[in-house]
Design a protein around this ligand. Structure first.
Ligand code: ADE
Length: 224
């Protein structure tokens, strides 16, 4: 899978894809992430990518021309299953959507800035709009990194233990149970006996019970 991220601040995306699991996924050829500076596609002398909004009002709006140019160029090179605009008024990201996107093809993620993009971009180029939650970020870059991370880790072979994405919180509408590691006792705080019992069936039952309890306490909405 290939993910192309379109932004006016590419430096904001330098970090997330250069380390750990997301770097390894790319090194193994399982995912490709390409970051494009929308400014490079501006035909203005000053590489302008925004302008005042029609009708007046504070705040600049990202213009359609450079965005259209980069999307047209990418689409002429390969197929994309979605062109996604990161925006607080989009569909709120949930695990089911991450699963669906990870099974699809290549993606374009457009990061908004300023007051947003000219509505004609959304009408004519965007096929899906995603919000990562009911709060406003300074731009879509961090949200795009969240979306790309949540998708790439689901690609088979990206996680070393292939089952571990399946046992993530949310995959079965349950939160994950608590986990422990050495030492057995710290400061008088002991690891639950059942986990030291060596009885796999009992451990499994305990984990299921804990997952259910935690979900009931913290996210009862997931059980509806
Ligand atoms: N851009 C600004 N805020 C955002 C959010 N919550 N989700 C996605 N993109 C955004």
């Amino acid at each position: 899978m290939r993910i192309d991220i379109l932004t006016v601040v590419p430096a904001l995306l330098d970090g997330p894809f250069s380390h750990s699991i997301l770097k390894r996924a790319q090194d193994r050829g399982l995912a490709e992430v390409h970051v494009h500076n929308i400014r490079d596609y501006s035909l203005h002398k000053q590489k302008q990518v925004d302008d005042y909004q029609y009708g007046g009002g504070a705040g600049m709006v990202m213009t359609i021309e450079p965005i259209a140019r980069v999307i047209d160029q990418l689409k002429s090179e390969r197929d994309y299953s979605e062109v996604i605009y990161m925006t607080p008024d989009g569909e709120v990201l949930e695990q089911a959507l991450c699963n669906q996107l990870s099974l699809g093809g290549n993606l374009i993620l457009l990061c908004g800035h300023y007051k947003g993009v000219d509505e004609r971009v959304r009408e004519h180029y965007i096929t899906k709009e995603i919000s990562i939650g009911s709060f406003v970020l300074s731009g879509g870059e961090l949200a795009a990194a969240v979306v790309a991370d949540s998708i790439i880790r689901l690609i088979p072979g990206v996680l070393n233990d292939e089952t571990s994405a399946l046992t993530d919180s949310f995959q079965d509408n349950l939160l994950s149970p608590p986990v422990y590691t050495r030492p057995e006792e710290y400061n008088g705080w002991r690891v639950p006996d059942v986990l030291l019992s060596g009885n796999t069936a009992l451990v499994e039952k305990w984990r299921e019970d804990q997952a259910l309890k935690r979900t009931q306490e913290r996210r009862p909405d997931l059980l509806d």
